[in-house]
Design a protein around this ligand. Sequence first.
Ligand SMILES: *Cc1c(COP(=O)(O)O)cnc(C)c1O
Length: 230
Amino acid sequence: MMGNKKEIQKQILHFKQELSPARLLAVTKYSELEDLISAYEAGQRDFGESRIQDLKAKAEELSSRGYLDIRWHFIGHIQSNKFNRLLKIPGLTYIHSIDSFKILEDLYKKEDHFEGQYLRFFLEFKTTDEDEKGGIDSYDELAKCTNFILNHPQSKFIFHGLMTMGPIRTENFEEDAIKSFKKLRKTRDQLKADFDLPKLKLSMGMSSDYKFALKEGSDWVRIGSSIFKE
Ligand SMILES: *Cc1c(COP(=O)(O)O)cnc(C)c1O
């Protein structure tokens, strides 16, 4: 369904202001191209998709129409055999969802397929015990990933921070969201200290829980439905 242009633009301006200094990632997985363009016209340049084929279709269409300054963020689960396709997408600038050591290794193996200048990525960390969610689930595994990254310093891939998904099915939504985001922040702080990585960022918060994520110091908030769906 197509949203209302004025409403979308109002939401973009509203969120940019409310989230600042955290950045708004506008998630377009429910949106038509024209809605994305409405957001673009309000000044939004960072857009996120969770399926490779949708990202590819939107990015290629917009690039062919001359929108060359969009920064695309991939936020979905990745299968190793899809990296070739993902890395070639025009404007791909961030991946938020490197969710295992294996996927990290596979990313680095495919570096030749990436045609951009730099690609910043987040390691996805599991901060709730909901089974259907992916992510790295121990500090040891994160440390193993970080060692691997530090052993490959000459790369176009830049370790940008940690990402998490807050709780979905819970009776104490607020309490559990705060717990999840605090856990990510503490884990990030530990990693910063242990590996001397002072710039690591946090990608956390969506339409339903971003206020709690902001309180815990989120740097990137990923909002879809509150902008594009009424
Ligand atoms: C869909 C999605 C979002 C945005 O969710 P909304 O509830 O629509 O704001 C954020 N992060 C990820 C990983 C998503 O898949």
